[in-house]
Design a protein around this ligand. Structure first.
Ligand SMILES: Cc1ncc(C[n+]2csc(CCOP(=O)(O)OP(=O)(O)O)c2C)c(N)n1
Ligand SMILES: [Mg+2]
Length: 315
């Protein structure tokens, strides 16, 4: 498990560093929100899930899609807008989707995934299917009505959903305390009677253990749970963000807690990892990225005649 968690985080990191580069070259266009710095959350949480579980995420979802099992090739092709992408090139970075792995997206609307997750969980409950629906979202979502409506119904109906809140302290340029009178997010969920956990989201092992507990709670039929992962994004909100709302020194302080180097240092100290093995894992991640870029480059654009395909109104 230990090397696997590290490999997972490296795969996300290398893929997204390449995405930033490709964005600079105009190969990837539109919005692009990088998860760099927050990898421990997706890595630790995803390995607590089973094949039959559902996953719902936000527009910062490249890593979640990848670790859920969507191929890096299909993700990169989607970033390029090519037909071989997981959403046939029509979604782009914010709308990765893959029914086969029960990855229900990518959602550009803040808090948009929470009611969807409640719906997926309701479907599982009514059909008596034993699945957890894991819903990832940022702390900015707690300002939305959809958050409160979802918390209420999920708890009232005892839905099998794990709400995984990625609290990276900022919603675009708005620090949590500038928009919320109650900054303890677990208190908000608890006010609906929901079970809660608060976890160091920079520590992949702590994340994994908490996610296992959370999923165990849901699988045991105890209803929903809310987990706050305290994390931090190292990059700008999106590719259009001058970052005037935080001090560079704050970013540097958090980088010291970076999930990849702290975890690899811990494994090395425990003699569970050598530098050679680390470099092997890193090289494998980079090779996977190069292959995915080649796949996306070789992909096909949708012909212009398809412009009205899948539209609800007749052309
Ligand atoms: C309903 C809605 N309002 C506003 C926006 C614009 N918007 C995009 S991202 C974002 C910040 C969300 O922050 P958070 O939920 O903390 O997620 P993070 O970006 O930090 O991962 C906002 C306000 C939106 N996409 N949807
Ligand atoms: Mg945030």
């Amino acid at each position: 498990m230990s090397a696997a968690l590290l490999a997972d985080m490296l795969r996300i990191r290398r893929m997204e560093e390449k995405c930033a580069e490709l964005y600079g070259q105009g190969k990837i266009r539109g919005f692009l929100h990088l998860y760099i710095g927050e990898e421990a959350v997706a890595a630790g949480a995803m390995r607590a899930l089973e094949k039959g579980d559902n996953v719902v995420a936000t527009y910062r979802e490249h890593g979640h899609a990848l670790l859920r099992g969507v191929s890096m090739d299909a993700i990169m092709a989607e970033m390029y807008g090519k037909q071989e992408g997981c959403s046939r090139g029509r979604g782009g970075s914010m709308h990765l989707f893959d029914a086969a792995t029960r990855f229900y997206g990518g959602n550009a609307i803040v808090a948009g995934g929470l009611p969807l997750a409640a719906g997926l969980a309701l479907a599982a409950k009514l059909r008596q299917e034993s699945r957890v629906t894991a819903c990832f979202f940022g702390e900015g979502a707690v300002a939305e009505g959809a958050f409160h409506e979802s918390m209420n119904l999920a708890q009232l109906w005892g839905l099998p959903v794990a709400y995984f809140c990625e609290n990276n302290l900022y919603a675009m340029g708005t620090a949590l305390a500038r928009s919320e009178s109650q900054t303890d997010l677990c208190v908000k969920a608890a006010s609906y009677g929901m079970a809660t956990l608060k976890v160091d989201g920079m520590d992949v092992v702590a994340v994994h253990e908490a996610a296992q507990r959370a999923c165990g709670h849901v699988r045991a039929g105890k209803g929903p749970i809310f987990v706050e992962f305290q994390t931090y994004r190292f990059r700008a909100h999106s590719m259009f963000d001058p970052e005037l709302y935080r001090e560079k020194s704050e970013v540097e302080e958090w980088k010291k807690r970076g999930p990849i180097h702290t975890y690899s240092a811990r494994l090395k100290a425990q003699k569970q990892l050598t530098e050679e093995r680390f470099l092997e894992l890193d090289a494998a991640a980079q090779a996977e990225v190069e292959k995915a870029v080649a796949f996306a480059e070789a992909g096909t654009w949708e012909p212009a005649e398809h412009l009205t395909v899948d539209l609800y109104t007749p052309a």
